[in-house]
Write a protein that binds this ligand. Structure first.
Ligand SMILES: [Zn+2]
Length: 221
């Protein structure tokens, strides 16, 4: 999970739909703007371009129209994560709120080898942090037979992504590298640490945990 800035102002269709008996909160450009704000990534697992998309209510609406049509309550999630969160995790960290240090209060880690599980560590003792870790634990490692298969698929993508990131870093630190090539690698590493890239929280922690990487790329995390 990383910080996401919601675009403003709120889509004009939302209050119009809210006034209707059976309105649609996915009206007008809500879907496309949500996709773009969240860089086409699930805000919970950070999978890029998920094949099942839900405009998710960060705080479940349970019939409450204020929550149902509140632009700042509409998030972009994949089916896997949405289906685990449901109304069960209304009190988690809010990745659109700069006050919630979503990738600093939780350490995200996976050993880059097949079969490894995700390790999440609470670094800021707070109920919402603990709830977020509980949710992420189910998302990345699974808690039912079906979710365990889905989580395994996510971890496969995560491991491949980390392996590629590792590849760029190893090449960058090779001795006597041609300057232009090194610059290109630096651009790639910069992209890997940007909000556009999948699983950014894990990559940021790779940088934070390593003094050499921290010295060269610390300002990007
Ligand atoms: Zn997800």
């Amino acid at each position: 999970m990383i910080y996401v800035k919601k675009s403003e102002p709120a889509p004009l269709c939302l209050p119009i739909e809210k006034a209707k008996k059976n309105g649609d909160y996915k009206c007008g450009d809500v879907l496309l703007r949500t996709r773009d704000d969240f860089r086409n990534k699930c805000y919970i697992c950070e999978s890029k371009a998920p094949t099942t998309i839900n405009v998710e209510h960060f705080k479940s609406h349970q019939g409450n129209k204020d929550l149902m049509y509140d632009w700042y309550n509409l998030f972009y999630a994949c089916g896997h994560c949405n289906n685990i969160k449901l109304h069960l995790y209304d009190h988690i960290l809010n990745c659109t709120d700069l006050q919630d240090l979503v990738d600093e209060w939780i350490q995200y880690d996976i050993k880059p080898f097949p079969g490894e599980k995700v390790r999440l560590t609470v670094l800021h003792d707070d109920e919402r942090v603990r709830n977020t870790v509980e949710l992420l634990e189910k998302v990345y490692n699974g808690h039912t037979p079906l979710k365990t298969i889905e989580a395994g698929n996510i971890r496969q993508n995560l491991l491949e992504e980390i392996r590629d990131f590792q590849g760029f870093l190893f090449k960058y630190y090779r001795e006597r590298l041609e300057q232009t090539y090194k610059e290109n690698l630096k651009r790639e590493i910069k992209y890997q640490l940007s909000p556009y890239s999948p699983f950014t929280a894990f990559k940021k922690w790779i940088i934070r945990e390593n003094p050499v990487l921290q010295a060269d790329f610390g300002e990007l995390v």
